[in-house]
Write a protein that binds this ligand. Structure first.
Ligand SMILES: CCCCCCCCCCCCCCC/C=C/C(=O)SCCNC(=O)CCNC(=O)[C@H](O)C(C)(C)COP(=O)(O)OP(=O)(O)OC[C@H]1O[C@@H](n2cnc3c(N)ncnc32)[C@H](O)[C@@H]1OP(=O)(O)O
Ligand SMILES: NC(=O)C1=CN([C@@H]2O[C@H](COP(=O)(O)OP(=O)(O)OC[C@H]3O[C@@H](n4cnc5c(N)ncnc54)[C@H](OP(=O)(O)O)[C@@H]3O)[C@@H](O)[C@H]2O)C=CC1
Length: 342
């Protein structure tokens, strides 16, 4: 059907200057344009066993189309679970790549590997953020069986404890809303194991932080109100900064698009950090937790800040080197996460 449609277009274009002649000349017979179909072989990456041979694949088929055809023969491997590569040691092909633009002849071999069970990104983000929100509040309200029974449902006498609860809740509500309304995430899914890693980290550290901050014997910061206020200002400043970067990153993509671009500062001064670092959202996230550590003066919060910083540094470096590799005109002043340092 595609062939016919193509021919009809070509035929019409040629006819346009013949319209002026009084006696219509007989049309030349249409030349059938031959589609060169591809033969696609799918081989198991580990065992090198041939799993499937697709013998008449359209050249315009995408990697996702091939995954769908493979899924028909192997129902347990739905497309999001499949990784296809051209080279056993190469990178996974992206779903939107087109067969005829790949560096293959008309016979293509793909190496298949199973990525394991997958979850949507939204599910993971929401689960990892709703948990800390609820867990923290359970400690804040002194639910039974957490502290001594005489403290059940009592309220702390320290203003900083209430402020910390507001800040913590605000942070996770912001992340939930951003997941729902701001981020345009391009990966459809991520490995199921991530939910255990991420939720284990977020939920356990939230409980650990909340236990100490809301403890009836909690000691307020050493430098008093001045320290709390400084921490609060840093926290709020960085929350606005982090949100501004998320909006700037969102605006780089059209809805539904997966195309990434070099992010640049916008009119919003909080995005000017893009002059100095590749991932200012991580820089602001770090600042948020430094502010919270200062405000609460609590060791588990400092631990959470350090682990998050290490993880974000690893990701930021990966993204930074990815930008440098992909874009020759990438701004050279930028570091990964900490201006001029890291
Ligand atoms: C008191 C108690 C304290 C407890 C403390 C515990 C401490 C433990 C420390 C743990 C720290 C954890 C910190 C987590 C902080 C989380 C913060 C967040 O909320 S961020 C938001 C959530 N984001 C993430 O979780 C990021 C997850 N992303 C990924 O994992 C990867 O992006 C990806 C695996 C989904 C894709 O990787 P990518 O680099 O984009 O793709 P590549 O093509 O380069 O592939 C690399 C490698 O991964 C394999 N892969 C790709 N896609 C998948 C997939 N969907 N499922 C499974 N595997 C996938 C691919 O095949 C490659 O494998 P390889 O063998 O190298 O070929
Ligand atoms: N406290 C902690 O320990 C941690 C907290 N976080 C928080 O979670 C937030 C989200 O984290 P994470 O998902 O890793 O952030 P990313 O910066 O990887 O992604 C955020 C969004 O921006 C998009 N994006 C990123 N770069 C580009 C680009 N060049 N062009 C177009 N779109 C782009 C992403 O799309 P795509 O899907 O295409 O990548 C995604 O939708 C962080 O900003 C931070 O606030 C994150 C890690 C650890």
């Amino acid at each position: 059907m595609d062939v016919l449609a193509l021919e009809a277009k070509t035929g019409n274009a040629g006819d346009s200057d013949k319209k002026s002649s009084s006696r219509p000349k007989p049309k030349p017979p249409k030349k059938a344009k031959r589609i060169v179909y591809f033969e696609v072989e799918i081989v198991d990456l580990k065992t090198k066993e041939k799993l499937l041979l697709l013998d008449k694949v359209e050249p315009t088929a995408t990697v996702l189309d091939i995954k769908a055809l493979f899924h028909k023969s192997y129902p347990k491997w739905y497309p999001a679970r499949q990784s296809l590569r051209l080279d056993a040691k190469g990178k996974c092909l992206r779903d939107e790549e087109i067969l005829q633009t790949l560096p293959v002849g008309t016979t293509a071999s793909f190496y298949f590997s199973d990525l394991g069970p997958q979850l949507t990104w939204g599910t993971v983000f929401l689960t990892e953020c709703v948990g800390p929100l609820i867990i923290y509040l359970m400690f804040y309200f002194h639910l039974p069986f957490i502290y001594s029974p005489k403290y059940d449902f009592t309220s702390s006498k320290h203003w900083v404890v209430h402020l910390a609860c507001m800040c913590h809740s605000f942070h996770y509500i912001k992340r939930i809303l951003e997941t729902m309304f701001v981020h345009r995430i391009s990966h459809g899914t991520m490995p199921l194991r991530n939910i255990f890693k991420n939720c284990g980290y977020y939920w356990c550290t939230a409980a650990w932080m909340a236990y100490y901050i809301n403890h009836p014997l909690y000691t307020t910061p050493y430098y008093g109100q001045q320290q709390v206020n400084t921490g609060l200002y840093i926290f709020l400043f960085c929350q606005v900064g982090n949100f501004s970067i998320h909006v700037a990153l969102r605006n780089l993509k059209q809805p539904g698009s997966k195309t990434k671009k070099i992010p640049y500062p916008t009119k919003n001064p909080f995005t000017w950090m893009f002059w100095l670092v590749s991932c200012p959202n991580y820089t602001y996230e770090l600042g948020t937790w430094i502010g919270f550590t200062l405000m609460t003066q609590c060791v588990p919060v400092a631990f959470f800040t350090i682990v998050g910083f290490i993880q974000m540094t690893v990701w930021a470096k990966g993204k930074h080197y990815g930008y440098l590799k992909e874009y020759r005109d990438y701004p050279t002043l930028r570091s990964s996460i900490l201006p001029f340092i890291l």
